[in-house]
Write a protein of this length. Structure first.
Length: 241
């Protein structure tokens, strides 16, 4: 009888433990579902390295220096109109989209279709009048240049009309540094080359301080201008394209 009593007691304890475990498991699953379904959109900022210190490089037409990749996951909606909250921040500087700022054109995203926001799309977001700037305000506004250092580029998707958050804020950490341009070794500056006798013109250069702390090496583009008139200032030809 005593053995049978303890057996039934142990079975009850085992059943209670199993029920508690099941309840905990269901609670974790519900919590995870709530976390996953908390927002209907995902956003991922991507800064191409080496990152530029000049803000103008991020908003040039066709530039992929800074891209916001957005995915809308609510398939109950045919589409949705978004805007973004931009934050660029270091220990000394912060640029944050002003609360209540609404760009002239919304971002319209279809569910399940990735959307890339880059180049001239950022024009209004990088306007100083639409940013709360902290830190070296005068230096940034006058030069359009960020101080060198480690930065967080962060994005958050907001509803275009209400400004309600529709995604978590996601960030990418980058090191911003002004890299020195390469020094052209050949042809020598101010040298004269006869294109009749020298059909091929070899170019060579030496790199200085061009490697970022992240190990990336920039690519450079060499541009040649033709002077149509003798005695013309070469800088004038460059200025006139």
């Amino acid at each position: 009888m005593m053995i049978d009593y303890w057996k039934r007691h142990i079975d009850r304890i085992t059943l209670i433990k199993a029920n508690i475990f099941l309840i905990l498991l269901l609670s974790i699953q519900v919590l995870n579902a709530q976390i996953i379904d908390r927002y209907p959109a995902n956003v991922m900022p991507v800064v191409s390295e080496p990152a530029s210190v000049y803000l103008s490089d991020y908003i040039e037409t066709g530039s992929s220096q800074f891209t916001g990749n957005i995915v809308f996951n609510d398939f109950n909606e045919a589409s949705w109109t978004f805007k973004l909250k931009l934050t660029i921040q270091s220990t000394d500087v912060s640029l944050v989209t002003k609360q209540g700022f609404t760009p002239s054109t919304p971002i319209t995203v279809m569910p399940g279709e990735p959307y890339a926001f880059s180049g001239s799309d950022w024009l209004e977001y990088f306007e100083f009048s639409n940013l709360d700037i902290g830190g070296e305000v005068r230096s940034i506004v006058n030069s359009g240049r960020l101080p060198e250092g480690y930065y967080s580029f962060c994005l958050q998707v907001l509803d275009y009309d209400t400004g309600d958050p529709l995604s978590d804020e996601m960030c990418q950490q980058v090191y911003i540094k002004l890299l020195a341009p390469p020094l052209i070794v050949n042809p020598v500056c101010n040298s004269i080359i006869n294109p009749v006798t020298q059909v091929q013109i070899p170019f060579s250069w030496q790199l200085f301080n061009t490697k970022s702390p992240n190990g990336s090496v920039p690519e450079f583009q060499i541009t040649i201008w033709e002077l149509l008139e003798q005695g013309v200032d070469p800088l004038s030809a460059v200025a006139n394209g």
